[in-house]
Ligand binder design. Structure first.
Ligand SMILES: Nc1nc2c(ncn2[C@@H]2O[C@H](COP(=O)(O)OP(=O)(O)OP(=O)(O)O)[C@@H](O)[C@H]2O)c(=O)[nH]1
Ligand SMILES: [Mg+2]
Ligand SMILES: [Zn+2]
Length: 302
């Protein structure tokens, strides 16, 4: 039978069969998807074939896309967060816990590499002071013009219609640090889900890693949300220095004007159109900083 992977623990997979029933399956031997070398061969969102009698996944059907991240601590270790998704929703908080713009940019680049649209939801607006609100406005003004939709909400107190209307009929991956409110938001959107949520430590200001497995929830007809465990750091996978600027929408067109053309990595080359645009205030300094950190970073080179 064919089915779709709804939940993955790494050794067990909950597969929703075409008959609408859920089956707890394992993987037979080593099935590998051509061209994929990650440690977890089957990810949430994968369409699979399985044997409903002995509960074994026998094949993974070709993917439309997937989203990959590398672990920064474990060199050479990367994992597929989810497969066959329509968009990524980055849940971010500027305080408690703090999400850096560098982290947001890394997620955006990883999604953009597969042309998966990104939406940033700045959560916990109720916790911002004047300074925080200023930073929020600046961030929204920076991302919106480059085609990344931004929303500001409080998952606890606000009407969340602006978020739900972005989700209709799509498969959306929720990602972000631990404690930013991914599961809280999911519970507001789909009260029948009842995901466990956990407090942010007042001592470290960080989340406590409450969600431990990626899981996809059906929240309406054709509307699915994948809730995932919080991520501390996001490393890029398999990108050359030359291609990286292609995944920054504001650099993609401009880089054609660099004197060294596609070989320019926009660091010290003469007549670089990207650096000129930064100097002219057409590319945000913080985006360029993120770019530099990624293009010179160790995690990219694996
Ligand atoms: N003040 C405030 N607290 C919030 C808001 N959204 C979530 N929280 C709180 O933040 C804490 C963490 O929420 P979770 O939903 O567990 O966070 P998560 O992103 O799922 O975290 P992990 O599962 O660990 O990755 C909980 O105590 C929530 O009640 C918000 O908009 N405002
Ligand atoms: Mg959670
Ligand atoms: Zn250049």
């Amino acid at each position: 039978m064919k089915g779709i992977v709804m939940r993955s623990t790494g050794s067990w997979y909950d597969v929703r069969g075409e008959d609408g029933k859920d089956y707890e399956c394992r993987i037979r031997g080593k099935i590998r998807l051509e061209g994929i070398k990650e440690t977890n061969p089957v990810a949430v969102g994968d369409r699979v074939e399985f044997d409903e009698r002995d509960r074994m996944i026998t094949a993974i059907l070709p993917r439309d896309n997937h989203i990959l991240r590398a672990s920064i601590k474990k060199v050479g270790h990367s994992s597929v967060l989810a497969a066959n998704i329509d968009q990524v929703m980055i849940i971010a908080t500027l305080a408690f816990p703090r999400t850096s713009l560098g982290f947001i940019d890394r997620v955006c680049v990883s999604a953009e590499a597969f042309r998966i649209p990104q939406i940033i939801v700045f959560n916990k607006s109720d916790m911002l002071d004047d300074e925080g609100r200023g930073k929020l406005n600046e961030a929204m003004k920076m991302y919106t013009p480059i085609g990344i939709k931004c929303l500001s909400i409080s998952a606890l107190h606000d009407n969340i219609t602006p978020v739900t209307s972005e989700l209709q009929g799509k498969v959306t991956l929720f990602t972000g640090h631990s404690g930013v409110g991914k599961s809280t938001l999911l519970n507001r959107i789909a009260p029948h889900v009842r995901q466990k949520t956990g407090d942010v430590s007042t001592f470290t200001g960080k989340g406590t890693h409450t969600t431990t497995f990626a899981e996809m929830f059906e929240v309406g007809p054709g509307t699915r949300i994948i809730d995932t465990p919080g991520i501390r750091e996001w490393g890029l996978v398999d990108m050359t220095q030359e291609e990286l600027s292609d995944y920054f929408p504001e650099m993609r067109e401009r880089r054609l004007d660099c004197r060294f053309g596609p070989r320019c990595i926009h660091l010290h080359e003469p007549s670089c159109a990207i650096r000129a645009a930064v100097q002219a205030g057409e590319i945000a300094p913080s985006r360029y900083e993120s770019y530099v950190s990624m293009v010179t970073g160790e995690d990219r080179k694996k």
